[in-house]
Ligand binder design. Sequence first.
Ligand SMILES: C[S@@+](CC[C@H](N)C(=O)[O-])C[C@H]1O[C@@H](n2cnc3c(N)ncnc32)[C@H](O)[C@@H]1O
Length: 252
Amino acid sequence: MNFFTTAAGNYDRHIGRYGPVLAPELIAAADVRPGEHVLDVGCGPGALTTALLKLGAVVTAVDPSEPFVTACTERNPAAKVRQAAAEDLPFEADRFDATLAQLVVNFMQDAPTGLAEMARVTRPGGVVAAAVWDYADGMTILRKFWDAARTIDPDAGDESQMRYCTPDTLADLWSSVLDDVQVTEATVRASYTGFEDLWAPLESGVAPSGAFTVALDEERRAALKREFRARLGVGDDPFELSARAWLATGRT
Ligand SMILES: C[S@@+](CC[C@H](N)C(=O)[O-])C[C@H]1O[C@@H](n2cnc3c(N)ncnc32)[C@H](O)[C@@H]1O
């Protein structure tokens, strides 16, 4: 199931707020240089693609979500954007200097195959890198969301149960395919005009948190909203939230 088939604007207002500030961290960890040919896997509406173009990289991007491919294309006319999944990349071997995936690995149907494909299309000695959220702790909005969700439904599917969201599980996955593996961390921030600004995109069903929200009846949705707001400790005034990501890098 792809949780990202909604209009790009809904994603922009939810997790998309963090993409433009996370992208430079991932690019720095991967040591991408101007002029390099880079593939952005699971590009979404294009935050990482935009940052790579700004650096002076030559960018190709793929995503299985049609509305996201359209948005990434419109926002990044200088990039070549195609509809494709990580597990079956439509490129010849050794084509790119670096292949990056920002907040995508846990959404792949088959992450080991996706990573093997990312390595296949990267030249020998090139970098394969990814960022994933620290869902268990440092990613504030999602941590508080799932803590609140479990008060509504004890079986709520907490994203911290995703397979590759700790430094150890990421390092094991990367080491199964790549050399010189490192896992580092980056903490970024996003700002909100108030709680309603944060809540609104969830009502579109975007991402696992939005899908959980829209599946609730009106009463339980209102209870979730109250609990989430209380756990965040925010109100109608502007605030910022921090989010920690793990960054995995390795060489082919
Ligand atoms: C959390 S979003 C991240 C989007 C973007 N990289 C960013 O940083 O904002 C996850 C993305 O992974 C994409 N995705 C889902 N399954 C995928 C797969 N099998 N291969 C590649 N991308 C996938 C979704 O369509 C979505 O755009």
